[in-house]
Write a protein that binds this ligand. Structure first.
Ligand SMILES: [Zn+2]
Length: 517
């Protein structure tokens, strides 16, 4: 059979059509082993993406403080926390100057984020390009877009909103969506198992889950509407609402009409359910099954609007999670303890206060010791090095602490050691971080009176994430090499023919791309 020459000529000389919509889905706290564990019961979007996409089985958020803000900032920047400046949740998007619109809640903006992201490179090439980014969490919506003042919305107390960094009012479509009051009307709603109980191998009745309350199915939302809207953020249906809101935005903004646009969606329910019930619970099993169905519906709706050839999809996560110490101990992990450093830090600050007065001089945030006013302390005759060395000794003596290092001592060390490499990726030399503390396997940082499952360590439990590309130019298959989330942005840039506007930490994942003639 001969192929018409015109077709051949068209293929050869025309520029490759670009996707109209780049969709980046970040599932908060999605551990990749869930995809294997529940594989036979996944019949929706997750399976559909895995079948048709390029899946990287050995992908990492390859930095030390595996929290939501640093993780979301790597996904479309192509750079480590050491270079984005987003080193923890506490130093993420919180910004009291950027007040929320129409609802009370913590202000938020990308003021601490440094440099550019994928969307900035797209916009430089296509000045009409637009971005819509949505999430239950402010950091999940803001950080995939960087500093761009685009359509960025997150959930607060029953409504989707944004901050004054982005706008002075909410557009009509957001107001109309909020006016449906879905979370308020969910008062009394029951979360029960999706499948018959025999489909779940996990024990349901684990009294350490959910702080010892309401740890068996069914779970019921409060009968009071405002309380229900608050609790709504922690059940699977929150992901369904976020996806419905994203689709509403796609329609209202007519994304993809004039060229390539970006849709970033961060889904948080897996994180909320994982913290409360743990990664081995019946609840997280049910959450992932429901997420899979919601994603199936969402992708189906997108493909009604766009052809398969005009959508490019990425799926990943911002971090994993470590099980409840109670469960890890039962499985024989003898170092699984909650490490609560509050009293050690309080003692150091009390000693400094009694000597020179003042305030909290020393902080410990997820393994990082910071002394923001080092200069002021030194000016008052305090030997800061000695204070820090004393603190290191006290931290090393805490049960569950594996090692305490000065960042400068890790610089230039062997990067084949994941702990060393992840701390190098985490800390910029000028970040003001005096010490970094790493816990033993299965130990977790904890707050007083907050008995939840946790992440934030440079361990594989917390750093291993799924990474998948689907769409035009992608070569489907399973790829086994070790890759990282900073590789996503350069790979997307290559797929779209864009040039990143600054040096990146990640590389193009060329093995997953179709060869270009
Ligand atoms: Zn997270």
């Amino acid at each position: 059979m001969s192929i018409p020459l015109l077709v051949l000529a068209g293929l050869a000389i025309g520029p490759a059509p670009k996707p109209r919509l780049v969709v980046v889905i970040t599932v908060d706290q999605l551990r990749p082993d869930y995809l294997d564990r529940y594989r036979t019961q996944l019949v929706g979007g997750l399976t559909w993406l895995l079948r048709g996409g390029a899946y990287f089985a050995d992908a990492y958020q390859d930095h030390a403080v595996t929290e939501t803000a640093p993780g979301h900032a790597t996904v479309l920047s192509g750079r480590w926390p050491a270079h984005t400046g987003i080193i923890s949740n506490a130093r993420g998007v919180v910004d009291s100057a950027a007040r929320l619109i129409g609802v009370a809640g913590p202000g938020a903006s990308p003021a601490r984020f440094r440099g550019t992201e994928f969307f900035d490179w797209l916009k430089a090439a296509e000045p009409n390009a637009r971005a819509l980014s949505v999430s239950r969490k402010d950091r999940g919506a803001i950080l995939p877009i960087g500093r761009a003042k685009e359509s960025v919305y997150w959930y607060q107390s029953g409504v989707f909103t944004t901050s004054r960094y982005y706008a002075d009012s909410l557009p009509t479509w957001v107001q109309a969506f909020n006016a449906r009051r879905v979370p308020f009307r969910a008062a009394g709603l029951t979360w029960d198992l999706l499948l018959p109980p025999s489909a779940y191998s996990e024990a349901d009745s684990e009294p350490y889950e959910n702080a010892g309350h309401d740890y068996t199915f069914p779970h019921r939302l409060p009968a009071d509407s405002p309380l229900a809207a608050l609790a709504f953020g922690g059940i699977p249906t929150m992901d369904s609402l976020t996806l419905a809101f994203a689709l509403e935005g796609v329609r209202a903004l007519q994304l993809g009409r004039g060229g390539t646009d970006l849709l970033a969606v961060s889904l948080s329910a897996t994180d909320l359910v994982g913290h409360a019930f743990g990664p081995d619970s019946r609840e997280i099993h049910d959450q992932v099954l429901r997420l899979d169905r919601y994603l199936g519906w969402f992708l189906q709706q997108l493909l009604v609007r766009y052809t398969r050839e005009s959508v490019l999809i990425v799926l990943t996560s911002d971090h994993g999670v470590t099980p409840f110490p109670e469960r890890s101990l039962a499985l024989g992990h003898s170092d699984a303890v909650r490490v609560i450093p509050d009293s050690v830090i309080r003692a150091v600050n009390a000693a400094l206060d009694s000597r020179i007065g003042g305030h909290d001089w020393v902080y410990l945030e997820t393994g990082m010791v910071l002394v923001p006013d080092r200069g002021k302390l030194a000016a008052q005759g305090v030997n800061v090095d000695s204070v820090v060395a004393d603190l290191a000794t006290r931290l090393r003596a805490q049960p569950g602490v594996a090692r305490v290092d000065r960042p400068a001592d890790l610089a230039g060390k062997d990067t084949t050691d994941p702990l060393v490499r992840r701390w190098q990726h985490q800390i910029a030399p000028n970040a003001g971080v005096e010490l970094v503390a790493t816990l033993k396997p299965y130990a977790i940082w904890s707050l007083e009176n907050l008995p939840i499952a946790m992440h934030g360590q440079p361990s594989d439990l917390d750093a291993h994430v799924p990474l998948l590309f689907w769409g035009r130019g992608v070569r489907p298959g399973v790829y086994r090499g070790r890759v990282s989330t900073v590789d996503i942005a350069p790979t997307l840039a290559r797929l779209l023919g864009l040039t990143p506007s600054e040096p990146l930490d990640g590389s193009v994942l060329g093995e997953a791309l179709q060869p270009v003639d």
